[in-house]
Design a binder for this molecule. Structure first.
Ligand SMILES: Nc1nc2c(ncn2[C@@H]2O[C@H](COP(=O)(O)OP(=O)(O)OP(=O)(O)O)[C@@H](O)[C@H]2O)c(=O)[nH]1
Ligand SMILES: [Zn+2]
Length: 236
C-alpha cells in the first residue's frame, strides 16, 4: 500500500494540529517502529503455526506437495492475511468517533445502508461476509451532548467490529452499543445480513443460506412505527 494513504488519513491530521510538527513526527515514528516490531514478532509466531498446519495436512494426505511453488511462502501469507482481517482489534470506538458534530435541530432518522463487511467466524476462522445497515436518531433534547457523525465513521465502526474473530450477533450488538455510547442518540438500530463460509462452503453446505440479526435501543425499541420506517428506508 502506498504510504500516502496512511499519511493522509492519520498522520497528516496529527501534524496539522500539532504546535511542534517535527517533534510530533519523531514521537509518531518511534511508536510506529515499536508497533512494527511487535507485529512482526506476532507474524513470525503465526507463520510457524501455519507451517505446522501444512505439515499436519501432509500427514493426513501424503500426496500433498509441500514443494509446490504456490505453497512455498503460504504460512507467511496466511499470517499476514490473518493480521489484516483482525485489524479491527487494534482500533477503538473513541478513535473512530473522535470527530463529531452537534446534532443541532436534526431529529430525524439517519441511515447508512448496505455497508459491506468481511468478518471472521470465531468458531472455524472462516470468513463471513455481508451487509450492515445502521440507523440512529439524534437526541436534540440534550443540547450539545447529542452528536451526529460523518457517514464514513459509521462504515469505520462496522469495520472495527467486523475485523476480528466474531459472532454475527455480538458484532450487531457491538456496533449498536458503540453508537449508543459515543453519540448518545435517542435511538439506534443495526441490522446485519451475513453469509457464513462455515455454513456455505463446508459442514451443512447451504450455499444460499444467510443469517439476519438486529440490535436496537431507545426509541427504536419502544416505537414500532420507527422500526417500520427503518425497514421501509432500507427497501428504497
Ligand atoms: N449463532 C451463530 N452461530 C454461528 C456463527 N458463526 C458460526 N456459527 C455456528 O457455530 C456452530 C459451531 O458449532 P460446532 O458444532 O462446534 O461446529 P461444527 O462441529 O464444525 O459444526 P457444523 O458447522 O455443523 O459442521 C456451527 O453451528 C456454526 O454454524 C454466528 O455468527 N452466530
Ligand atoms: Zn463458523
Amino acid at each position: 500500500m502506498a504510504f500516502e494513504a496512511s499519511f493522509n488519513k492519520d498522520l497528516a491530521r496529527k501534524l496539522a494540529s500539532s504546535n511542534n510538527p517535527e517533534k510530533t513526527l519523531d514521537l509518531e515514528l518511534a511508536q510506529f517502529r515499536a508497533r512494527a516490531v511487535e507485529l512482526n514478532a506476532a507474524r513470525e509466531k503465526m507463520a510457524e503455526g501455519y507451517d505446522k498446519v501444512l505439515q499436519g495436512l501432509k500427514m493426513a494426505f501424503p500426496n500433498l506437495d509441500l514443494d509446490d511453488k504456490n505453497l512455498v511462502g503460504s504460512p507467511n501469507r496466511m499470517a499476514r492475511a490473518l493480521l489484516e482481517i483482525c485489524s479491527g482489534l487494534g482500533t477503538s470506538q473513541k478513535e473512530i468517533f473522535s470527530t463529531t458534530f452537534p446534532a443541532e435541530n436534526y431529529n430525524e432518522v439517519i441511515i447508512l445502508k448496505d455497508i459491506d463487511y468481511t468478518s471472521l467466524c470465531s468458531h472455524h476462522f472462516f470468513p463471513f461476509i455481508g451487509k450492515a445497515h445502521v440507523g440512529y436518531l439524534p437526541d436534540t433534547t440534550h443540547g450539545q451532548d447529542s452528536r451526529v457523525v460523518g457517514l464514513s465513521k459509521l462504515a469505520h465502526i462496522v469495520d472495527m467490529h467486523a475485523q476480528r474473530p466474531q459472532l454475527q450477533e455480538r458484532m450487531c450488538y457491538g456496533i449498536m452499543n458503540s453508537i449508543k455510547e459515543e453519540l448518545k442518540p435517542a435511538g439506534v438500530m443495526v441490522v446485519i445480513e451475513g453469509s457464513h463460509g462455515c455454513l456455505t462452503c463446508r459442514g451443512a453446505k447451504k450455499a444460499n443460506a444467510s443469517m439476519m440479526t438486529s440490535a436496537l435501543d431507545g426509541k427504536f425499541k419502544e416505537d414500532p412505527k420507527l422500526r417500520a420506517e427503518f425497514f421501509s428506508l432500507l427497501k428504497q
